[in-house]
Unconditional design. Structure first.
Length: 71
């Protein structure tokens, strides 16, 4: 696995852990949990695209990334 793909997946996992903490931790913050969950999904998709050598433009649009993934 390329270092770039590993980096995307590592960041996705970190964001997911942050989302879980903000959802279930002592200082529950739903807005931050939701934001970090979205970031985690976005980064995981980008990691998958990099892993499979699919090009994508700079975007935060999960729908657009999924359309690339579907091709």
């Amino acid at each position: 696995m390329s270092k770039q793909a590993q980096s995307w997946f590592r960041h996705a996992r970190e964001d997911l852990m942050g989302a879980d903490y903000n959802l279930n931790g002592p200082d529950e913050c739903l807005a931050v949990a939701g934001f970090l969950a979205q970031q985690s999904v976005e980064k995981a998709i980008k990691g998958f695209l990099v892993l499979h050598r699919k090009r994508f433009t700079k975007t935060h649009n999960i729908t657009a990334l999924l359309e690339i993934l579907a091709k």
